[in-house]
Write a protein that binds this ligand. Sequence first.
Ligand code: 9UX
Length: 72
Amino acid sequence: INEKVAVKIGGMTCVMCVKTIENALKKLDGIVDVNVNLSAEKAYITYNPKLVAIDDIKKAIEDAGYQYLGIE
Ligand code: 9UX
């Protein structure tokens, strides 16, 4: 069963940042869908919690160079 979260992200300035984060998250096993919204500074993520944890999502965002600011 998939779950959906909205993750608040810091450090995104332009639309290329959006693509960078979307691509970083899509590489993780268990990520079903990702949409990053620049003006909202949020990633809307559908994922399979049996395959990927919020902590993995946090790490992927941080490894890409942005800040994980929590779930909304
Ligand atoms: Mo745009 Mo984002 O020049 O790190 S890609 S600001």
